[in-house]
Design a protein. Structure first.
Length: 333
């Protein structure tokens, strides 16, 4: 129960108590302001620090400023454990900028072109060899950083990604840039919110990429799987989410790139707008106990928050056989 202690609803302070219980918590603001700040998690502390009032154990409460501060310090905001943290960009290298004069932003007015001035690239992913040992790191490197220009580029009508492989110890030795520039223009659908990844190993099988003759030969087996388990092989063979390795979760026919050496490139990683909130591909640590659906406590925090042009996906490919490990990208939605 929330009660204003003044005659006006906007008076202050508010008194918060459980109905029938004389104990209460005072919040030094009016009711309307309290509700606004509570919704935005903009209070300095949880308004009910002793949740025994509700017959519950205390739940974590974290001010959004503190959450961002902890993330910037390289720790999980909720557990305090070390995480990937800010992008490892050395202070002796200039921040990557996109100089394509024709990149553009949808719905921008008075013109779609954003002008000739460079646009700062935004960090999208940072992966360490210790977390994803199956990732084919070039010799002498142990961290992969993915950045992209957050504007639309002609050709594939999507962002322009760049890959950087580095040695973590060497970057830390020269110092990490703690104040990267923000892009002066960006498409909101391609700028991720700060988040971390928890690698979970899984086995995938080809979906769109299965050869037609093999798919036909296995048709009876696929039908048997659906009768036995209640879902189609093609619904669960490949996960349509951000991942390293495996098969691209194409939403359109496959478009595997070829390297200049003539080899077909290998799928390195995918960054997709879709993240599962239930079923086979939802990580086990995000499940609601006893359910196949996501725990409500983590539901809103799953994924990077990018729409990527109507639930699109950007797929990165490399050729490990060639020096420098050349890369290419594809996009569909």
């Amino acid at each position: 129960m929330i009660e204003p202690t003044a005659t006006r609803p906007g008076g202050f302070p508010c008194r918060i108590r459980r109905q029938g219980d004389p104990r209460c918590v005072l919040v030094e603001c009016g009711m309307g302001e309290f509700m606004r700040r509570q919704i935005l998690t903009d209070l300095d502390q949880h308004p009910l620090p002793d949740l025994v009032l509700w017959g519950l154990q205390s739940e974590p409460y974290l001010h959004w400023c503190e959450e961002h501060s902890r993330y910037a310090a390289g720790v999980d905001p909720w557990t305090g454990e070390p995480e990937g943290g800010p992008l490892l960009w050395p202070t002796d290298e200039p921040w990557p900028m996109c100089t394509d004069p024709t990149h553009w932003k949808p719905l921008r007015r008075p013109t779609e072109l954003v002008g000739p001035d460079p646009v700062a690239m935004v960090p999208v992913a940072q992966l360490y060899a210790r977390d994803v040992p199956d990732l084919p790191f070039p010799e002498g490197t142990d961290v992969l950083r993915v950045l992209w220009c957050p504007l639309i580029h002609d050709g594939q009508d999507t962002v322009l990604p760049q890959l950087y492989w580095r040695c973590e110890a060497e970057v830390r030795a020269v110092g990490v840039d703690s104040n990267p520039p923000a892009p002066r223009e960006h498409d909101e659908e391609f700028v991720p919110r700060p988040c971390t990844v928890s690698p979970t190993r899984a086995t995938e099988y080809p979906n769109w990429d299965i050869p037609a003759n093999l798919s036909h030969a296995l048709e009876e087996r696929f039908e048997g799987i659906e009768r036995r388990f209640g879902f189609s092989y093609f619904d669960v063979a490949t996960t349509p989410q951000s991942k390293v390795g495996g098969y691209p979760g194409w939403t359109q026919p496959p478009q595997w790139p070829d390297c200049a050496c003539g080899r077909r490139m290998e799928h390195l990683l995918s960054v997709t707008a879709s993240e599962p909130t239930d079923g086979r591909w939802l990580p086990s640590d995000e499940h609601r106990p006893g359910s196949e659906s996501a725990n409500p406590a983590v539901l809103d925090a799953i994924g990077h928050g990018m729409d990527m042009g109507d639930c699109g996906g950007l797929y990165l490919f490399v050729c490990p056989a060639c020096p420098g490990m050349p890369y290419a990208h594809r996009y569909d939605c």
